[in-house]
Design a protein around this ligand. Structure first.
Ligand SMILES: NC(=O)C1=CN([C@@H]2O[C@H](COP(=O)(O)OP(=O)(O)OC[C@H]3O[C@@H](n4cnc5c(N)ncnc54)[C@H](OP(=O)(O)O)[C@@H]3O)[C@@H](O)[C@H]2O)C=CC1
Ligand SMILES: Nc1nc2c(ncn2[C@@H]2O[C@H](COP(=O)(O)O)[C@@H](O)[C@H]2O)c(=O)[nH]1
Ligand SMILES: [K+]
Length: 495
């Protein structure tokens, strides 16, 4: 990346803009946005290891669209094992259906509907064959204890995995054509949801028109066996090596060693222990470590065994670190400086926190990040773990909170005595409750991925870059005033 004028101060995303550069004919759909950091991500986006952000549905959905979800370090090992097993059993292309039996009730269906952005559940018999579907409106005006069997309807459109080209052993051409035909069939029948079965008639997943379209634009992030990939975080306290061993046993694909102050002795020791576990196993599992914001921090973490360094202190939406301690660094400069230091040593960085618009992600990638970690923005989606809550005016939200908030610290220290919990509770550096509203136009994380990736692809073609390496090379940035940033915002009303 070059600057129009050399900046004299550290900058964050809002301070910076990119100028267009001369480019040869290039389509936004042909731009390659896969990460070059050994993780296998085909889009450069990671969902943060925060309890309010990443659970099994987030991990599954992120991987299906090419990204990566990181399970937080507070999740018990047994749960991580179950989630990993479940994620790896999910179909890499088809969406996982919500399933009920004909004997379940309308109330059961209503409880499930908020768990997915597709407004329907699939009814299956005891052999897992689709018996019908129930849409949200099918329960309207019905007794909530009516059986599903009495309200369900037969699917108007259904597909087999063979019809979709999922069984074809080619370069993906059969699948692309199968998905196109499926989109057209659903569009013609005006249906938003179709079950997909195996040749034996067993439910394999569901397809929506949007899902079919997405599967032609996104490539799933899969492991060496073709199953969806996932990451999990490890803290720096306790038996770190044993935890890393257990995560590798659970078939976790990327390990993230994570703490607030990543440039400290305890982190270097924990990281070295994780590196050793991975190397002794000969596992092809990238090790990510953080968080730091200086080139020195990056060098020390790479020397201690990190393949990728997580960069960002204080930019997070739930984060009070800068106001409590004055510590941190404006995120754009932190990313630029740390990415250069990492690349000199053959390492990579992830830009962690503080992104609120697709432009911020484009800037982090232009500044040299191989991927960008998103927390709170993704908390306000169907796929985050929290329950949906409705305001009196109908707006729906999910609660988010920081991993260093007193709420998270209370959860993390639940097994300790009251005195030590109270002592730890004094050092909170995050907010315990915030409302992340679902955008009615973009309620699912995939809607956000659509918007972010289209912004990034477009940004890259303005720079004349066909992949992220070229983007880093060709991007030209400038520093703008607050008025310059303001000018870029859309104005939906008259002024
Ligand atoms: N990116 C960011 O800006 C931040 C992120 N977080 C996130 O919160 C989660 C919890 O992390 P964390 O609070 O590190 O908890 P951890 O459980 O990982 O433990 C932190 C360890 O580091 C020691 N430590 C020394 N200095 C500090 C410091 N200034 N802040 C925090 N710990 C320090 C602590 O010891 P002792 O308690 O004795 O001091 C403790 O042993 C992580 O997911 C982390 O990413 C938290 C804050 C900032
Ligand atoms: N200082 C704190 N930082 C936190 C806390 N919880 C999470 N985080 C960091 O924020 C990012 C996500 O940023 P966002 O802007 O996308 O929400 C996350 O990955 C952590 O690094 C916290 O309690 N305190
Ligand atoms: K902040």
């Amino acid at each position: 990346m070059k600057f129009l004028n050399e900046p004299t101060t550290d900058l964050t995303y809002a301070d910076v803009f990119l100028v267009p550069s001369r480019s040869e004919a290039m389509s936004r759909t042909e731009v390659d946005i896969s990460a070059d950091d050994g993780t296998g991500s085909t889009i450069p986006l990671v969902s943060a290891n925060m309890t309010a952000v990443t659970g099994r549905r987030m991990v599954e959905t992120m991987a299906r669209r090419g990204g990566l979800g990181v399970l937080p370090q507070d999740v018990p090992l047994e749960v991580i094992r179950q989630v990993a097993q479940w994620v790896k059993s999910c179909h890499p292309v088809l969406e996982t259906p919500l399933k009920v039996s004909p004997q379940d009730t309308v109330l059961d269906v209503l409880h499930l509907l908020d768990k997915r952005s597709h407004d329907a559940v699939c009814v299956v018999d005891e052999d897992m064959r689709p018996a019908g579907i129930v849409h949200a409106e099918d329960g309207v005006g019905r007794d909530r204890f009516s059986s599903v069997g009495s309200v369900m309807r037969m699917p108007q459109v259904r597909f087999t995995t063979a019809e979709l080209g999922l069984e074809a052993d080619d370069d993906g051409a059969a699948l692309a054509e199968g998905l196109r035909q499926a989109f057209l069939a659903m569009d013609a029948a005006a249906v938003e949801y179709a079950p997909v079965t195996t040749s034996e008639g067993v439910l394999a997943g569901v397809l929506t028109p949007r899902g079919a379209l997405r599967s032609t634009l996104f490539t799933p992030h899969v492991d060496a066996s073709g199953r969806l990939a996932l990451a999990a975080a490890v803290g720096i306290n306790g038996d770190v090596a044993a935890k890393a061993e257990a995560l590798l046993d659970a078939e976790v694909d990327v390990l993230v060693v994570d703490t607030a102050h990543g440039h400290q002795r305890r982190m270097l020791d924990a990281l070295a222990a994780v590196r050793e576990v991975v190397d002794v196993r000969g596992a092809a599992v990238p090790v990510v470590a953080g968080n730091v914001v200086t080139a020195d921090g990056v060098r020390d973490l790479i020397s201690a065994g990190a393949d990728i360094v997580k960069v960002g202190v204080g930019p997070g939406a739930m984060c009070t670190t800068r106001m409590m301690t004055a510590v941190g660094r404006p995120q754009f400069s932190a990313v630029l400086d740390c990415a250069a230091a990492a690349r000199e040593l053959g390492g990579r960085i992830w830009a962690d926190g503080g992104v609120r618009h697709p432009r911020d992600i484009a800037l982090a990638l232009a500044a040299g990040a191989s991927q960008v970690m998103v927390g709170s923005w993704f908390a306000g989606t169907y796929e985050s773990p929290g329950d949906l809550v409705a305001e009196a005016d109908g707006r729906r939200y999910k609660e988010s909170y920081g991993m260093a908030s007193s709420r998270a610290v209370q959860n993390r220290t639940a097994g300790e005595d009251a005195f030590s919990r109270a002592r730890k509770g004094l050092f909170e550096e995050g907010i315990s409750t915030s409302k992340m509203y679902l955008d009615p136009e973009q309620p699912g994380v995939e809607d956000l991925l659509d918007s972010i990736t289209s912004g990034v692809r477009s940004s890259m073609t303005y720079a004349g870059a066909g992949d992220l390496a070229a983007f880093r090379e060709r991007a030209v940035a400038g520093v703008q005033s607050a008025a310059g940033y303001e000018e870029g915002k859309p104005v939906p009303t008259t002024w």
